[in-house]
Structures are given as structure tokens and as C-alpha cells.
Design a protein around this ligand. Structure first.
Ligand code: GAL
Length: 683
């Protein structure tokens, strides 16, 4: 893993870490622009995303373009050495477009065509939208692609955020074409969807509709294929915008901003279309450490999606958002702590939505880098300015990697299947992933997030939360991983169906029964603490029962040993957590969801046996992560709590690169405190 700074991929980017945000100058009179740029320089801003929502201003009437204002702001930014991530400006089609092309508006499952007037109001398959977008992009690229300040392209905005499904007639026809490509014949489709059930067999392709609103349960295979089709439509939209840019400038460097573990968009698939990964992180300050942990999961996900290459944190809030039911402030220091957490996990860019808080419109109560209050005496701007200037001390870090020997396996296909209706319980895959991840995060050991078809050679431990959908090929890869010495840990309701939503007969975990040394006959949902684990003598942990919940698989052991059994109900005494030696490795199965602390100690023990330990000794809520560059490695310690915490720096004693303060032995970190220590690596 050779360190490669983003600049080696996008040569027009400034050297050093990137700092800035979305800049929407069209919302403000031009007199303000000079002040904006002056303040940007003061705050250390070196990159802005421009023109994301500017379509109506760039093309006020069909085919009539006005680039004058954009020329002026591009020139002003360039003069001030602020680089530009230029948007394709396609995120919100203007009113004239929706009026001329009402068929481009998305249709919901009830057949209601949605109105324009907010944003992203397009059907992902609309020909008119795609054509108009391509025309606009071509004009933009012709005019700005060669501009030395335009370092990157920002494709659309959070594709699939609002518009991720459409049930219009265009989508219906495209869906049928997609199904023909996937299944080849109607016989194969009928077989995959199990249409023998409820008299659903199709005799003609034209009989197939998108799964619109129905009386009761829709056919699961039908809904799953439609979800895949919509995903591919969104990816197609992304690819079409990238192609329009590259048709003008084949060397253009492109990215697009993703969301937090967003159901409709498979990050592993999407980010194959672009050069750099980027995402928008909005952890809820009210959730404290829990959301900081899940934010870190997303950092690892987006870094992993591009093979470990540094990513851009394209947006975050300086303090408050406006779109939750209640929008908490980030207390002093939290924005800084979360920013360094991003860098610790591989971000080489720390950016915000948005530069100047809007005066009007739907997001006027969303914080910005420049608050309505003004900058002098502002707590928010002071934190923005301090961070931007402080980040310059870490320029040597650019391109540094995050080597990991632990993989957290997540799968969008699995998620789409698991969350279909008519299951034993309405599952939330995000909740399941969060639970397992929180315990791994607390161990402070580097991890990659990988899909089930990823090569697993470089990993010692693979944790796969509820891999309900498991293909034969995926099972083969996991079997080989364990056989050659890996540790695989899986949780309940794993290996239940194949890629067509057909049950693996013989009991879960389907094709992995021999690897785990067990078979699942029945299962049932549990309330939180709905049962408890009784630890067997061979397992680590306390003598007291450990609460568990969410789900219970009822196991038949076929070679696995029980580390814990269920304590209550008619299946009391039956195995709940098991271990099985297989080949040169081991496979651990959790038939239920143990409470976090115990799960954490189980995982810590699994990791410790592999020699995987935290770089420093830190209490819960304090994150420690290492990035490895050319000739040096960097330890980040981030206190995500509102209290002071003691951290033992052990072998990492040194001076904090940010403040110069000594970090040695047991050192106190203030609330939301951050330390970065550098250590040379001998060649
Ligand atoms: C993002 C979006 C921005 C802004 C921001 C508010 O989802 O890309 O345009 O809406 O959220 O938090």
C-alpha cells in the first residue's frame, strides 16, 4: 500500500490537506464575494465545491446559457489560490425544465407524480433529464475543464438521496429490459421469483410492472430485482454524467458525494465510476459517542470503496443541521474532534456544507462556516478558522494509508433482501451493522469495510453481521478464508437464502453449515434483553448472565463448541455463541445479539489472539487510529466524550503535532481533545 496523495491523482489540487466547503455564491450579491474570499483565506480554505445547485442561474431559459457570473467567481477564487471542485450543476432541474418535461418528474408507488419545487425532482431514467444534463455538462466542461483552478469535478449531488425510486412507465419499460438481460428467459425469471406461489407465473414480458402499491405482500424476488434495477439506474445516471465530462476532457478527475450508509446506493459499486471517494457526514451530536462511531464506520467504508485511497469528507456541519426533528448544536471542540476522526480514518479533505449560511430557503437554519451572526466574536467561525489553519501542520500526512487486518463485511444486496417484507421481524440492517461495529470500534483496531465478493487474503479476521443472503460463490470464499487460517465471525440469520431469495434447504447458515459446525432449525425475534447468555466454563467473561436480544437462532451443534447458552425460555441450555475449528482457522457464530460490553470483550479476545491490539490504552469513547505514510506513521487519539479522559500513550510517547504538548505515559485529554503523534519508520 504505497501512499499516494490525492494530488498524484488530481494534479491541480493544492498540496496538503484540503479544507473548505460548498460555496453557493449565487445566493448572495456579488459585493459579498470579495469578503467571502478574504475570509476563506483567513480560515485556510483551499478548495470549494461550486455550482452544485446553479442550473437555473446557468441556463435561465432552455439552451440559453449565462456563464458570466461563474466566470467572475472562478477568476476571483483562482486569483486567491482557492481551488475549485466544479459541480455538474444537475442536482436540481430548473422550473422551466419540469414544465417542459412533466414526464421527467418521478412517480411514487401509488402512481402519484411528484411536484417540482424542492430538489432532485427527476426520474433517474428520464431521457429528457439525462439529455438536458448532458447538454449543460458539455457546456460547462468546454468552458472550464482546462481552467487551472478547476481541480476536480463534483458529479450531481448525493445521487439517490431523495430520488431513488420511480414507478413511471419509462421505468416500467426499462425494468423489463433489465429483467431480460438478467434472466434471459421468462422461465428463468419465473423460477427465480418463485411465481408458482400465489399464481404469479408470467407468460409475457409485457405483463411485468414495477412493484407498485399492492393489496398485500409483493413478490420478494420482484421487489428485490426492482431495487437492483433502480440502483443500476442511479449508477447509470452517474456514469452518464461522468461520460459527458470525459467526452470533453478525458483527463478530468471526478468524484461524487455519497451519504451515510444509504440504502439505495451500493457504495462499492458506485465508486467504481469515479476517481475519488467522497461522502457527507452528519452524525447527530445528541447521540454522542454512538454516532461518532458510526461516522467512523462510514469513513472506513468510503476509504475501502476505493482500495484504501484517501477520500474527501465532502460535507459536514460546523454545528447544527436543520433536518432532524430536533437539531442539537455541536458543543465547542466537537466539530474539530469529528474532523480529526475523519483524517484519522483516511480523509485528506475536511469540507462543510456550506461556506455561508443561507439567508433564505429550506436550509436557512442549517449552520455554515460563516454564520448569520457574522464572523467577529463568533464561536463557530473561530473554530472554523482555528481548524483550517491547524490542519496545515499535518500536510506531511497526505496520502498516508490505513493498513487493516480486520474486515467488516457488509453487502447491499443482502440489505435489500433482508429488509424485504414478510420476514420473521422487520429487520434494520443498519442497526445490526451498527451494533457489531460499535464493539469493533471500541477495540481501536484498524478495519476495512468489504463486500462479500472481496478478496480476503490480507485479513486475519472477518466479521460478517447477518449475511442473510449468501451466494454459493461467497460461501466458497469464506470457507477458503477459514480453511487457510482466518477467523470468521458471523451473527444470527446468516446463510438463509441465495441471490434469488430462495431458501437454502437444510437449515442456516446454508452452504456454511460445515464451516460453523452447526445448523439452524428455527428462530425468533427477541425484545432487547429478551433472553440472556449463560457462559460455559470454557469461555471468557463473568459468571453472571449477559443480556441478549434482537433475535435467537435455535441451533443444532454439529462439531461446534458452545461458548454460551441461552438462559431462558423453552430453548434454555441450547447453544447461543459457538466456536468451531475448521481447516487451519475458526468460525464463531452468534445466534443472538449480546449486549455491547460482552460482545466487545469477546471481540477483543478474538483480536488479541491474532496479535491485533489498540495502539494506545484508551477508555470507551476515545478513538485511536494510525495512518502510515512514506517514512512516518501518525497516531490520532480523539476524545469523543464531553469529559476529560486519561490515555496511556505507551510506546507512542511524543509531542502532539497540533499543540506541541507532550504525550507520554498516562496523559489527560480534555473533552473532545485530539492528539496527533508522529513516529518515523525505519526503511
Ligand atoms: C446534504 C446535501 C447538501 C445539504 C446538506 C444539509 O445532504 O448534499 O446540499 O442539503 O445535506 O445537511
Amino acid at each position: 500500500m504505497t501512499p499516494r496523495p490525492l494530488r498524484s491523482l488530481a494534479p491541480r489540487l493544492p498540496a496538503g490537506l484540503l479544507y473548505g466547503g460548498d460555496y453557493n455564491p449565487e445566493q448572495w450579491p456579488e459585493e459579498i464575494w470579495r469578503e467571502d474570499v478574504r475570509l476563506m483565506r483567513r480560515a485556510g480554505v483551499n478548495l470549494v465545491s461550486l455550482a452544485i445547485f446553479s442550473w437555473a442561474k446557468l441556463e435561465p431559459r432552455p439552451g440559453e446559457f449565462d456563464f458570466g457570473w461563474l466566470d467572475r467567481i472562478v477568476a476571483l477564487l483562482a486569483e486567491n489560490e482557492i481551488s475549485i471542485c466544479l459541480a455538474t450543476a444537475t442536482a436540481s432541474p430548473p422550473p422551466w425544465f419540469s414544465r417542459a418535461h412533466p414526464e421527467s418528474l418521478p412517480v411514487d408507488a401509488s402512481g402519484v407524480r411528484l411536484s417540482p419545487g424542492s430538489r432532485q425532482h427527476y426520474c433517474p431514467n428520464s431521457r429528457a433529464y439525462r439529455a438536458a444534463a448532458a447538454r449543460l455538462i458539455t457546456e460547462l466542461a468546454r468552458r472550464y475543464a482546462a481552467h487551472p483552478a478547476v481541480a476536480l469535478w463534483h458529479v450531481n449531488n448525493e445521487i439517490g438521496c431523495h430520488s431513488y425510486e420511480c414507478f413511471c412507465d419509462v421505468c416500467a419499460a426499462d425494468f423489463r429490459a433489465w429483467l431480460r438481460r438478467r434472466h434471459g428467459t421468462l422461465a428463468a425469471l419465473n423460477d427465480a421469483w418463485g411465481t408458482a406461489f400465489w399464481s404469479q407465473a408470467y407468460g409475457d414480458w409485457e405483463e411485468i410492472l414495477p412493484p407498485r402499491k399492492m393489496l398485500t405482500f409483493r413478490n420478494p424476488g420482484h421487489v428485490l430485482d426492482y431495487t437492483r434495477f433502480m440502483h443500476d439506474s442511479l449508477r447509470g445516471l452517474l456514469a452518464a454524467e461522468v461520460a459527458a465530462i470525459r467526452a470533453v476532457d478525458p483527463a478530468a478527475v471526478v468524484t461524487t458525494n455519497g451519504l451515510s450508509f444509504h440504502r439505495p446506493v451500493d457504495v462499492f459499486s458506485f465508486y467504481r465510476e469515479v476517481d475519488l471517494a467522497a461522502w457527507d457526514g452528519y452524525p447527530d451530536p445528541a447521540l454522542g459517542v454512538d454516532d461518532a462511531a458510526f461516522n467512523a464506520f462510514n469513513h472506513d467504508l468510503y476509504r475501502s470503496a476505493r482500495g484504501g485511497q484517501p477520500f474527501l469528507l465532502m460535507e459536514q456541519a460546523t454545528t447544527q443541521v436543520n433536518w432532524r426533528a430536533a437539531n442539537a448544536l455541536k458543543p465547542p471542540g466537537q466539530m474539530r474532534a469529528l474532523s480529526y476522526s475523519a483524517v484519522a480514518h483516511g480523509a485528506d479533505a475536511v469540507m462543510f456544507f456550506q461556506w455561508r449560511a443561507s439567508r433564505a430557503g429550506a436550509e436557512k437554519f442549517h449552520s455554515g462556516m460563516v454564520p448569520h451572526f457574522g464572523v467577529e466574536g463568533s464561536r463557530v467561525f473561530a473554530e472554523v478558522e482555528t481548524l483550517g489553519n491547524e490542519l496545515k501542520r499535518l500536510d506531511a500526512l497526505c496520502g498516508a494509508r490505513t493498513p487493516a487486518r480486520v474486515a467488516l463485511m457488509v453487502s447491499w444486496e443482502n440489505r435489500w433482501a433482508l429488509e424485504l417484507e414478510s420476514k420473521p421481524i422487520a429487520f434494520s440492517y443498519e442497526r445490526i451493522v451498527r451494533h457489531l461495529h460499535a464493539s469493533l470500534w471500541a477495540a481501536n483496531v484498524a478495519l476495512d469495510v468489504v463486500p462479500p465478493d472481496a478478496p480476503l487474503d490480507g485479513y486475519d479476521v472477518v466479521c460478517a453481521p447477518t449475511l442473510y443472503q449468501l451466494t454459493a460463490a461467497q460461501a466458497e470464499s469464506l470457507r477458503a478464508f477459514v480453511a487457510r487460517g482466518g477467523t470468521l465471525l458471523a451473527t444470527y440469520f446468516t446463510g438463509v437464502v441465495d441471490e434469488s431469495e430462495r431458501i437454502w434447504l437444510g437449515g442456516g447458515p446454508g452452504p456454511l453449515r460445515d464451516v460453523f459446525g452447526l445448523a439452524v432449525e428455527e428462530w425468533q425475534p427477541l425484545a432487547d434483553g429478551g433472553n440472556a447468555l449463560r457462559l460455559t466454563s470454557t469461555s471468557a467473561g463473568s459468571a453472571a448472565d449477559v443480556p441478549c436480544g434482537a433475535f435467537a437462532d435455535l441451533l443444532h451443534l454439529r462439531g461446534a463448541e458452545a461458548l454460551a447458552t441461552f438462559a431462558r425460555d423453552f430453548y434454555a441450555g441450547r447453544a447461543a455463541v459457538t466456536r468451531h475449528a475448521f481447516g487451519r482457522g475458526e468460525a464463531i457464530y452468534l445466534a443472538t445479539e449480546p449486549e455491547r460490553a460482552w460482545l466487545g470483550s469477546l471481540l477483543a479476545e478474538v483480536l488479541r489472539r491474532r496479535g491485533l491490539v489498540a495502539p494506545v490504552l484508551a477508555p470507551r469513547g476515545v478513538e485511536a487510529a494510525v495512518r502510515v505514510g512514506a517514512g512516518a506513521e501518525f497516531l490520532f487519539v480523539v476524545n469523543h466524550t464531553r469529559e476529560s479522559q486519561r490515555v496511556d500513550f505507551g510506546a507512542w510517547a511524543g509531542a502532539d503535532l497540533l499543540s506541541g504538548a507532550a504525550c507520554a505515559g498516562a496523559t489527560t485529554l480534555e473533552p473532545f481533545g485530539v492528539r496527533v503523534v508522529r513516529r518515523d519508520i525505519s526503511a
